[in-house]
Design a binder for this molecule. Structure first.
Ligand code: HEM
Length: 497
C-alpha cells in the first residue's frame, strides 16, 4: 500500500463512518448507564430529545399515551431539558407535598421571560424563596380580606357583574340572535379582577377592552408556548414576526401598567386602600419610610406591575374557559341542564342572585362544576415546576434542575381512580365515593393556584345565573359543539320558562 492511498475519498469515508459509529455507540452506552437510576420513558434523540414526538400535538395527550406505556412516573427530554412527568394522584402528593420545597422551583428563565421581567420579579415564574412567599402571602391575604370585609366587597362585585351578564344575555334572547358567549363571559370575569385590583370596570365590550385582552393573551401565549427566540436566542436581533409581535405587546403592556400605576400614585391615600394596587403602593411607601431595602426591592413599580398583570393573565382565560365548558357539557347533557335549573330556581327564585358563600344550597350545580373542571381540565398539564436539588422518588434519583410536569389530564382521567372517566357524570361528586380524590384542578402544594377561591365563587354564581335564567342549545340546524379545546362556541339562548 502506498502512502498516497491514505488520503483517498474511500478511506476518509470509512474512517468517518467508524468515528460516527463509535460516537453513537458511546452516546447510547452512556445514556443507558445514566438512565439506570432514572424512571422509564421514551427514547430521546441527541440535542432535540423528545421534541419530534411532541411538536404540533396536544402535549397532555402525548404524555398520557406515554403514561400508558411506561407507568405513573415517566422520564423524557424536551430539547436539552430533562423532564419528569407525574401521572398519578399519589405521586403528585409525594412530589408536590412530601417533597414540596424541592419540587417548587419554576423552569430556568428563557429569553421571553427575561425580556418580560427585566429587572423585576413576579410570582408565577419565580422559584420558591422568601420573596415569593412574601408576594404569595400578600396576595392571598388581600383576597381573604376582600371576602371577609363584611362578606360584601367581593360578593357584591360578583353579584353586580352577574346581573349585568344576565341583562346582556337577555338582550340577545330578545333579539333572537345566536351568540358567542366567550367575550361577554371574559368581560364579567375580568371586571371582578379589575374592580379588586384597579377599582375599574368595563360597562361593555369596547375596542380598549378587546385590545387589553389581546395584549394579555399574546404575552401569556408566548410564555406558555416557546417563542423561536427561546430556542435560538441570537435570533432576537432579526425581525422574526412572532418576536416583533411579542415585543409590541410588551411595549403596550408597559404603557398600560405605567399609566395605571401613576394614576393610582396621584390619588393615593395612606389611610384607605381602594384596591390591591393601592395596598401594594402603600406598602411600598411604608418600606421607603422605614428604609427597608429588602422590601423596597420586592415592591418596586416593575414587580408590582408584573404581579398585577399576572393576576389578570392567570385569572381571566382559565375562569372564562371553565364557564364555557360548563355550558358545553350541559348542552350535551340537557337532563342535567333541567335538573340544575330547577335546583337553583327552587332555592333562589327567578330574580335573586345566588350567594357565592352558600354553595352547599345547590349541590347538583356544585357537582356539575366540579365534574366540568375534572373532565375539561382547563390547564391539562398545569404550569411546569423544577427540582431545586437532587431528590429520591420511588427509588429513582431525580437530578437537580429537572423540569417537572404534573399531568393533570392523566390524573383526572385515570381509569383506576374514576369509573368511566370520559363520561360527564356529576353524580360522582354527589355520592360519597372514593373516586373524587384523584382531582387537582388548581394544583397542589406550595404553588397551588392563588385565585382558586375567587374562581370558585365566580364560576358558581355565573353558572347559577346562566342555567336558571336561560336554556342554551346549538343554533338552529347546527350540531352540538365538539368536545375539544380552543373552539369557538356559538350558541342559541332561550329564556327559561
Ligand atoms: C377556574 C379557574 C382557574 C384554574 C383552573 C386555575 C388553575 C391553576 C393551576 C393548575 C395553577 C398551577 C399550579 C402549579 O403550578 O402547580 C395555577 C397557578 C396560578 N393561578 Fe390559577 N387557576 C384559575 C383561576 C385563577 C385566578 C382567578 C387567578 C387570579 C386571581 C389565578 C392566579 C394564579 C396564579 C398567580 C398562579 C401562580 C401561582 C404560583 O406560581 O405560585 N388563577 N392556577
Amino acid at each position: 500500500m502506498s502512502y498516497g492511498m491514505i488520503f483517498t475519498p474511500d478511506w476518509a469515508v470509512t474512517v468517518l463512518t467508524g468515528v460516527l459509529v463509535f460516537l453513537v455507540t458511546l452516546y447510547f452506552l452512556q445514556s443507558r448507564d445514566k438512565r439506570k437510576s432514572l424512571p422509564p420513558g421514551p427514547f430521546a434523540w441527541p440535542a432535540v430529545g423528545n421534541l419530534p414526538q411532541i411538536l404540533g400535538k396536544d402535549l397532555h395527550i402525548v404524555l398520557t399515551n406515554w403514561a400508558k406505556l411506561y407507568g405513573d412516573i415517566v422520564w423524557a427530554r424536551i430539547g436539552v431539558d430533562n423532564v419528569l412527568i407525574v401521572n398519578n394522584m399519589n405521586l403528585a402528593k409525594e412530589t408536590m407535598v412530601k417533597h414540596g420545597r424541592v419540587f417548587s422551583g419554576r423552569p430556568k428563565k428563557r429569553k421571553t421571560v427575561e425580556v418580560l421581567l427585566g429587572d423585576g420579579t413576579d410570582i408565577a415564574m419565580a422559584d420558591i424563596s422568601p420573596e415569593l412567599k412574601f408576594h404569595r402571602n400578600t396576595i392571598h391575604s388581600f383576597f381573604i380580606n376582600q371576602r371577609r370585609s363584611g362578606r360584601l366587597q367581593l360578593e357584591n362585585i360578583i353579584s353586580i357583574e352577574a346581573d349585568s351578564f344576565s341583562k346582556t344575555l337577555q338582550e340577545c334572547c330578545d333579539r333572537g340572535i345566536d351568540f358567542d358567549p366567550k367575550l361577554e363571559i371574559s368581560r364579567v370575569v375580568a371586571n371582578v379582577l379589575c374592580q379588586c385590583i384597579l377599582n375599574q370596570r368595563f360597562d361593555r365590550i369596547d375596542e380598549s377592552f378587546e385590545e387589553q385582552l389581546r395584549v394579555i393573551k399574546d404575552i401569556i401565549d408566548n410564555i406558555e408556548n416557546f417563542n423561536i427566540v427561546d430556542v435560538f436566542p441570537w435570533l432576537e436581533r432579526f425581525p422574526i414576526p412572532s418576536w416583533v409581535r411579542f415585543k409590541g405587546s410588551l411595549a403596550r403592556l408597559d404603557q398600560w401598567l405605567s399609566r395605571v400605576i401613576s394614576e393610582h400614585k396621584d390619588t393615593l391615600q395612606s389611610d384607605h386602600n381602594r384596591d390591591l394596587l393601592d395596598m401594594l403602593l402603600n406598602m411600598q411607601l411604608e418600606a421607603k419610610a422605614e428604609n427597608d431595602e429588602e422590601k423596597i426591592r420586592m415592591l418596586s413599580d416593575r414587580t408590582i406591575g408584573h404581579i398585577v398583570h399576572e393576576l389578570f393573565g392567570g385569572g381571566i382565560e382559565s375562569t372564562t374557559m371553565a364557564i364555557l365548558w360548563f355550558m358545553i357539557y350541559l348542552m350535551h347533557n340537557p337532563e342535567w341542564q333541567d335538573l340544575i335549573a330547577n335546583e337553583v330556581l327552587d332555592q333562589y327564585g327567578e330574580d335573586e342572585i345566588p350567594s357565592s358563600f352558600d354553595r352547599r344550597t345547590c349541590p347538583q350545580l356544585e357537582a356539575a362544576i366540579k365534574e366540568t373542571l375534572r373532565l375539561a381540565c382547563v390547564l391539562p398539564v398545569g404550569f411546569p415546576h423544577r427540582t431545586m436539588k437532587e431528590v429520591n422518588v420511588r427509588g429513582y434519583k431525580v437530578p437537580a434542575d429537572t423540569m417537572v410536569i404534573v399531568n393533570t389530564w392523566a390524573i383526572h382521567h385515570d381509569n383506576k381512580a374514576w369509573h368511566d372517566p370520559y363520561t360527564f357524570n356529576p353524580e360522582r361528586f354527589l355520592e360519597n365515593r372514593d373516586e373524587k380524590f384523584s382531582y387537582l384542578p388548581f394544583g397542589i402544594g406550595n404553588r397551588v393556584c392563588l385565585g382558586s377561591s375567587l374562581a370558585t365563587m365566580e364560576v358558581f354564581v355565573y353558572c347559577a345565573v346562566l342555567v336558571s335564567r336561560f336554556k342554551f342549545r346549538p343554533p338552529d340546524g347546527d350540531k352540538l359543539p365538539e368536545l375539544k379545546a380552543n373552539q369557538d362556541l356559538l350558541c342559541g339562548l332561550i329564556r327559561s320558562e
